[in-house]
Structures are given as C-alpha cells and as structure tokens.
Design a protein. Structure first.
Length: 267
C-alpha cells in the first residue's frame, strides 16, 4: 500500500510540474513567470508541458556566463531542498525517477546490483558537465550532450510536432538519443540506472541525504536482524546499518518489508 501511495505522489508531482499537456500537441514551450522558479526534480525546461525550470539547467547557465544572482538562487534552492528532504525528492518528486520506476515494472528478469563504484560517476558528471565544461565552453554541456530528461520529455515531443526541426538533427542529438535509449532499455532490468550512475541532481541530494531533516530511523530494540529489509532493497542497502545511505531514495520497500515496524521515515 505504501508503494501505491508513493506512485500516486509521483504521478501527482509529475502533473504539478508539467500541467500544460496541450503543448505536447501544439509544440509550444511555456515561458511565463513560473519559469523563473526551479522545480526540485530533473524536469527539462524545454519540455512543452513544463511549468518550471530545471535547477541543473539553471546552474549550468550561471557557469556558462549568466547572471551572478542565478548562482545564489540555485545554490540556496538546492541546499534548502536537499537539507530538508534529501533523496526523498528522487523517490517522490522527480519525473525522470518516476519514468524509470515505471520501466522497471515491466515483467522481465531483474539485475539486483549495488553499483559500488559506478555510482561515483555522477559526482564527476556534476563537477565536469555541470560546472567545469560550461565555464570553459560557455555551453550547458550536460543538457546538450547527456540529459535523457531533455531528450525524452523535450526533444522527442518537439520533433514529433515540428517537421522543420528534423533539419537540425546532428551528431549532438544522436549522442543524446543513444544515451536516452540506453537508459530506457537498462532501466527495465536495473532499478534507476540513470539516478544511480549519471544524474548530477541525484549527486547533490546524495551528498545531503545523511544530514537531511527527513531521514530514516531504525529502532534497535524492535529490530531482530531478520534481513527482510535488505532482501527487499533492489539496490542492496543495509537499512539497519546505513538507513541514510547516500543512494537510498526512500522508495519504502524496506519499511514495508519490516514486520517488526523497526524502520520508519520521519523528521
């Protein structure tokens, strides 16, 4: 039941962040006053239905040479959201996370992987493609060459409506399309591969997960070390030992599996 509530919350937040569904048919991009506000999830500015800006896109624009005030706003926004919620945002709010969860529900054999070392790649993506490369080339490189959210929710709907955009398809789009297709396919077999390996927003929230006000607790007196929580976790976190692990996105599988009610997410 908890998982159903989470998926309902994900759907609700997806609609809240993307209310202009009619734009999918017209090919317009909303550019009203709401676009001055960032959403906490990875939701592309160029998505026709999007009402808000992506914080990673806004951060890149600053490092690429935009106004100093953008940096102060985005930094404050991400730190505030991260310190309060941590990776709860990834599990309940982010549209890209929601898409991967839906793909993972497709009935196929699953690969339960911890990704001990691959998970560090997202920190290099954050430093390299969100900070350093935009500073060097004055170009939002993560959005331009990697971001699957921009490809799936932005480029594909726009290309489907505007035939003239087909003339601008080049190597850059091919690279992004290959990455997006790869993520979509792998997400069917491995839980949230993009979030865990490549997402720079996930990297920020991972760094703050251990100090977030909204965190997970394990009641040592109730816990009987049955390992039901560990067995339920598809990214192989040990909730009893590391309840606020950087990769835990609060999916609720472990709390649902705990018959002793020793695990809970609280303030």
């Amino acid at each position: 039941m908890r998982l159903l509530y989470r998926h309902m919350a994900q759907l609700g937040f997806f609609i809240l962040q993307n209310p202009f569904f009619k734009n999918f048919f017209s090919g317009e991009i909303y550019q009203g006053n709401l676009k001055h506000v960032c959403t906490p999830g990875l939701n592309c500015y160029a998505c026709p239905a999007a009402a808000f800006s992506c914080p990673i896109g806004a951060a890149q624009m600053f490092f690429a040479g935009a106004r100093h005030s953008i940096s102060l706003y985005v930094t404050g926004f991400l730190l505030t959201v991260g310190v309060i919620f941590g990776k709860f945002i990834c599990g309940f709010v982010c549209p890209m996370g929601f898409l991967q969860d839906l793909l993972y529900k497709i009935k196929t054999p699953k690969l339960i992987l911890r990704l001990r070392y691959l998970r560090y790649i997202k920190y290099f993506v954050l430093v390299g493609f969100v900070v350093l490369l935009p500073m060097i080339f004055s170009n939002p490189t993560f959005c331009a060459y990697i971001c699957p959210s921009g490809t799936i929710f932005g480029a594909v709907p726009l290309l489907a409506v505007h035939d003239f955009l087909h003339d601008y398809i080049g190597l850059q789009f091919v690279i992004k399309a290959v990455i997006a297709i790869g993520i979509v396919v792998i997400s069917v077999f491995v839980l949230r591969i993009f979030c865990r390996v490549l997402c720079p927003l996930g990297a920020i929230y991972s760094l703050l997960n251990g100090v977030a006000i909204l965190h997970m607790k394990c009641d040592a007196e109730k816990c009987i070390s049955c390992k039901n929580c560990f067995n339920a976790c598809h990214i192989k976190i040990r909730p009893k030992i590391e309840p606020n692990h950087p990769e835990c996105f609060r999916c609720g599988k472990c709390t649902s599996a705990c018959k002793q009610k020793a695990l809970k997410i609280s303030l």
